[in-house]
Design a binder for this molecule. Structure first.
Ligand code: MTE
Length: 326
């Protein structure tokens, strides 16, 4: 596959998408050291070209097929083509493995064997599931969702997983539970982050929803994508997908889900409270303090990593499902 990097005037630079304190530390690091590899938005082209010709990227994506799922007819397609798997699999955000987009090689060190997800807190039936339990207990379905990152790029992705409402039913939150916190895998020996030069980051990556949001029909836990197990760069083996919110709300590689009385602190909201709010619903009328959210760069139809401008829709086009929550 040929990769063409077409840089347009509307392309957001790395210094625009990263909270200032992180960006400025990164600048200092770049001045002092050989950090070029961490800024994927500038650097991935050569790496990707080389990798694709040797096919290691495809190897990270060609995982076992998931046999037992149905396509949910309500979410069988969206208003745009599904993003190619090789594009989605090489353009990721996973800060545990670096601050750029081409983290897919580093993410392969994520240890996914014997994975456990603890579901705990204000529930009548706390549980610790392994992946087999999850796949057996919750009927899996495929849903194509639009995916909108706060950085103003977007994709259309076919997830395989199950609605979060099924988990709520299984663990029965008590009446005190008002919020839910999702915690990602963290081991500083493995998830080395964008670099020690950035100072203290609020690991582990955590995200949160209200119970009503989690119970919404759209809120989803994905164990697969493109009909196969979830690649590590997409947050294997289980991640959140909340299609009406910016992509950062979808914590990857989840190890813990806790039902709480009060709103939990979350990763990006802690790092940049003026830039990344807890609610984080996609909203074209509310610009990010440093860029507009009115349009998005849709990565989908190729060739390669080329982008097409689309208008951003309120709630990412899912208002009929979620507007009544707000
Ligand atoms: N989850 C963890 N644990 N760490 C991260 O850095 N990045 C978030 C979200 N979940 C992130 C994460 C952001 S900013 C986005 S846009 C999406 O993952 C990207 O998902 P993708 O790489 O599968 O497209």
């Amino acid at each position: 596959m040929t990769l063409i990097r077409i840089i347009k005037p509307w392309q957001i630079k790395v210094n625009q998408i990263t909270p200032p304190q992180v960006y400025f530390n990164r600048r200092r690091f770049l001045r002092n050291a050989v950090g070029a590899g961490i800024i994927a938005a500038c650097a991935p082209l050569n790496a990707c070209k080389q990798s694709l010709s040797e096919s290691p990227l495809e190897n990270t994506l060609n995982l076992p097929k998931i046999n037992s799922f149905k396509t949910n007819p309500a979410f069988a397609q969206v208003d745009r083509p599904i993003t190619e798997a090789t594009l989605a699999g090489q353009y990721n955000n996973f800060y545990e493995f670096g601050g750029g987009k081409n983290i897919w090689p580093k993410a392969q060190s994520l240890p996914t064997e014997n994975w456990r997800v603890e579901v705990t807190g204000l529930v009548n039936h706390p549980q610790t599931y392994d992946l087999d339990d999850i796949k057996r207990k919750f009927p899996l379905e495929e849903r194509v969702y639009r995916f909108r990152c706060v950085e103003a790029w977007s994709m259309a992705l076919p997830w395989v997983g199950f609605p979060m409402s099924a988990l709520i039913k299984a663990v029965e939150p008590t009446s005190q539970a008002k919020f839910v916190r999702f915690t990602s895998f963290y081991d500083p020996k493995i998830t080395t982050g964008p670099g020690f030069h950035l100072g203290k980051l609020p690991w582990p990556y955590q995200e949160g929803l209200t119970i009503a949001e989690m119970a919404n029909e759209l809120a989803f836990l994905a164990v697969g994508i493109y009909g196969r197990d979830l690649p590590k760069q997409h947050g294997a083996p289980i991640r959140m997908v909340i299609p009406w919110k910016y992509g950062f709300k979808g914590a990857k590689s989840i190890v813990k889900i806790e039902f709480l009385e009060s709103q939990p602190a979350t990763y990006w909201n802690t790092l940049g409270p003026n830039e990344y709010d807890f609610e984080a619903n996609v909203n074209p009328d509310k610009p990010h303090p440093r860029w507009s959210q009115a349009t998005e760069k849709f990565i989908g139809s190729g060739p390669g990593l080329t982008w097409e401008i689309r208008e951003t829709l309120p709630y990412n086009g899912y208002g009929e499902y979620v507007a009544s929550l707000y």
